[in-house]
Design a protein around this ligand. Sequence first.
Ligand code: FAD
Length: 472
Amino acid sequence: MSDNKTQLAVVGAGPGGYAAAFYAADHGMSVTLIDPEPNPGGVCLYRGCIPSKAFLHTAKVLNEAKEAKNFGVEFSEPKIDINKLRSWKEGVVQKLTSGLGILSKQRKVNFIQGRAAFQDSHALKIQMTKGGEEIVNFEYAIIATGSRPMTLPNLSMDSPRLMNSTQGLELNDIPKTLLVVGGGYIGLELGTVYAALGSQVTVVEMTPSLLTGVDRDMTAILERRLRSHFDSILLETKVVSMSQAANGINVHFEGAQVKNKEQEFEKVLVAIGRKPNSSGLGLENTKVQIDQKGFIKINAQRQTTEPNIYSIGDVAGEPMLAHKASHEGRVAVDAIAGKKVAFEPNAIPAVVFTNPEIAWCGITETQAVRENIPFKIAKFPWGASGRATTLDRNDGLTKLILNPETERVLGVGIVGVGAGELIAEGVLAVEMGAVAADIKFSIHPHPTLSETVMESAEAFYGHSTHIYQPKR
Ligand code: FAD
């Protein structure tokens, strides 16, 4: 067993861990980064954000080709080479993760492939992937071990027909029928991929709406389109039990909207949420505490209840998003370096990469109502957008949530193609404390979808050029 000494040990090399490790190395710290995979990347690059977006790009191409007949361009039925598609996705993952491996070496980060557990508050024992053990003695540590898919007893079964998001992204085949359990973003994104590839997709969701918590006027636009791409969407419906059938899984539903309570699906994909990877880390050998949901308890500097140990990313709390993890990583490193910092963003953007996309940042209308925050809404429907019309995609909406007194932008919500890119302007507006007039007076390029942000700011003052707002 060999002994290493390091100033900073980072456990887990996802977008939280590797961003923290690289930032610390850039600031002159000696850094050891530990992860079971051969290169940094974590869930995001190996089995999350990146592979799902690679497949969603395929879905976009397929859908656009199909819909091109609306403007007189018809393609023949696509031929899908699933092996080639899978290797393309694997190539994307390989390209990005090996790139991170190179960046890690260039920064002289000591990357150890293995699984770490705390022996005490200054030492980690690592089970090396290649066999053997190693001890890393550290001054500071950052726990960035991420999360894993949640399971439920009635949604568990030993069958290759039952998949979680990781198995769904392996794309072993294209089932004729697929049930997606969970109407959250992971379920809807993967459902979108499989539907575009030819599966008949059913989504089942326990609550009354898809994407619980997101403003209903936005999800309604997505739901309308998804209903035309999916076989069915069952809201307020539960999966009570599942059993093996000869050629699939027999599913028993319970709920107001389901007509046929017993249905068979070739495959079932469960995407009901994720839970933090805080067990098996030897936290009992330190003073690090976890809350009732298993998240590591941290303060605004991302410091745990053990002063020299910090925690970031999915394991340290919601929202479980890659960019939130990376930002926390840089805050934690700055705090370790003695800088006066805190993690207190006004806007953490969230994007659902469905077709159309939904993106929001800052406060949502739903949140403003729930928390009694005074607000005014300014909306611009994409039916009035020139660019959306040229794209044959008028199914969209841009809305601003504003303080009625100060006119400050508190939140932005966008549904429509490319919403994930457009929301960056909203993030900047919220973080910079922009008021509606700042957006209104900023000249936006024509014809672009970004004009919908400017025109919703104009709508706040009652004079958006492309919508008529009668004086009240
Ligand atoms: P992770 O990325 O989970 O990485 C943690 C790493 O720690 C893993 O490599 C794990 O193996 C390792 N680890 C665990 N235990 C140990 C140990 N004991 N020792 C050493 N290493 C350990 N987020 C977005 O922002 N945008 C998206 O579009 C998006 N799409 C997603 C799609 C899917 C299908 C899924 C599943 C997730 C998606 N996410 C998305 C969420 C995103 O992947 C996570 O929020 C993000 O990866 C969290 O980063 P992290 O650094 O906290 O941890």
